[in-house]
Design a protein around this ligand. Sequence first.
Ligand code: ZN
Length: 576
Amino acid sequence: MSIPKRVLVSLMIWALVLCSTPRANAGAYDGHPKLVIILVLDQFRADYLERYKSDFKARGFNLLMEHGAYFTDCYFGYANTETAPGHSTIGTGAYTDGHGIGSNEWWDLARNKERPVTSVEDERYALVGLPAGAKTAPGSSPRNLLASTIGDELRLDTVGVSRVYGVSLKDRAAILPAGATANGAFWIDPATGRFITSTYYMPELPDWAQAFDDGPRAAQALTEAQAPTDTKNFYRVVGATPAAVSYELDFAKALITGTGLGKNPTTDLLTLSISSTDILGHKVGPDAEAQREMVDTVDADLDGFFAWLDKNVEGGLGNVWIVLTADHGIAPVPANAAKLGLDAATIDLNKLVDNLNFAVNQKFSPGEKIQYLLPRQSLPYLELNEAEFERAGINEQEAEQAVQDFVPQAFASLTVHSDDKGPVTAKLPPSPELYRTYTRQQMAAGQLPNTPFGELIAHSYTSNGGWYVMVIPRAFQMAAFAGGGTNHFTPYSYDRHVPLVFYGAPFAPGTYRGLVQPVDIAATFASLLGVNQPSASIGHVLTQALKPPSAVVYPKPAPAGHPHPSRRRAASETKQ
Ligand SMILES: [Zn+2]
C-alpha cells in the first residue's frame, strides 16, 4: 500500500521542523555579537587601501578586505568634512543638519566672548585624570550632539545592560561617535599623553585606566618616538609618529580587559578612533613616504590588535563585528597638486577676513574699524559678530547678505597678478578662486539648488553657533596651513572618500563597488542588532553585503562552569 502523496509531503515538512533547532536570536539581546568595534582612522582617504595594498601583511587590513564586505566607494554626503562632524556622522547615521556638529570649534557668544568653544568642551563638568598641577580646562561632554548614536540605541533597547565606550587621542573623536549614554569616553591630556575623561562620565578614573596612566606605557611611547622625555606636547610630538598607534591600541586593550567589554549577556560597543594618521597627515600630506609608513604601521598594529581580540573576546573574532571607516579624507599638498597642473592655490584667510571687515565697514559704518567678522576663522563657515551687527541695527538677513555679496571681491583681491600684458610661455601660478557661498538663513530655509551638490550643502547646515556664511573655494584650494601641509573641509571627493569595510558573522565577504555613505553604518548595525536606528539616521541598510540569516553562524558559548583559563583571569580583573 502506498502512502498518499499529500501525507508524504506533510510528513516531510514535519521532519524538517523537528530536525531544525530553534533559531537563536541573532541580535543584541542575547549577545550576537559579543562586541561591536567601530574603528575610525582619522584622515584616511579610501584610496590608501588600494594604493598601499602590496605593503599590507598578515591579518591587519587584509583580514578586513579579504574576509569582510569591502565597499570601495563610500563618500560622505555633506560639505563640511572635519573631525567632529565626521565622527558624529559615523555614530548617528546623520549629517550635520541632523546631529548639529558643524565643525571642530565655533563661536558661541552666549557661552564665551573670548574665543571659539570646541565641539565637546563643557564648563559644567571637569576633566578627570589630569596630572597634578596641570592647567585647568573645562570638562567635556556630547552636549552639542543633537541626535542619538547607534551606541545610545543599544543602551536604550537593553535598558542600560549593553555597555558603550569611546577611545581616541582626541576628545571629540572619543566622545561624539559614542554618544550621550556612553559609559565612558577616554582621550589624552595633550601635554602628557595620560588618558583622561570628564565628570560627565565618572568622578574618577577606573582602576585599570589609572594603572595604565601610572605604568610605563607613555614613557615607552616617548622612547619609541625618539621624543624628549620632558616634552610638553605629547599630542603633537608623539601623536604624529607611529609610536602613538600602538599606545592607543594598548589603552583600548586595557579598557576591554578592565571593563570586561564583550563579556555581557547583551552586545557591547567600542568606538575607537586612531588619531595619528591625521596629526601626521596635516604636516606631510597624503603622498609623503612618512604617511605611507604610518599606514603600514596601522596595518601591522591592527594585525596585533585583531589577534589579541581573537584570544580575549569570548569565542574569539567570530563573536566580534568590526567596521573600518574614516572621519574624512584629505587634499593633496597644494604645491604638489599645482606642480601637476591643478589650480591648487593657498588662501590668505586673515587677509580675506580683513578685506571683508573693510568692505562691511564701508557699507554700514564708513570710517570705522568694527570687527564684523569674528577672529580665528576657519573655512568653510565664516562666522559673523552678531553683537556688532546688532549694535549697528543690522539684522541677520542683511548682515549675511552683505558678507555674501562682498566675498567675491575679497577673493579677487587675493589674486596673484602678473604685470606681463603679453601671452605667457609658462603656466600661470594658481590664484585663490571662489566656487560658491551660502548664508546660514539660505541653508536653514533650504534655498539651495535641487542637485546632488545642493544636497551636500543642505546636509552641512548647523544650528549650533551664530550667524555665518558658508564659503567654498575652488577644488584643491585651502587656507594656508601652519608650516605648509594640507587640510580637509570641503565638498570635494578627496575630502569625502573614506574606507568602509564590515567584518563579522553576518557580512558576505566581497568587494562592493556601489556608492554608499558612512551614514549607512549605523543603519546597518541597528538592523542587524535589532535596535532602532539613531534618532536622526538617514542611512540605508547595506542589504547587498548581508548573508542570509540561516548562514550566519556564531561560536557556541563555552559550557557553563568551564570557562577558558584566560577568560577566568580576565573576568577577575573586571572592575565595572
Ligand atoms: Zn584633521
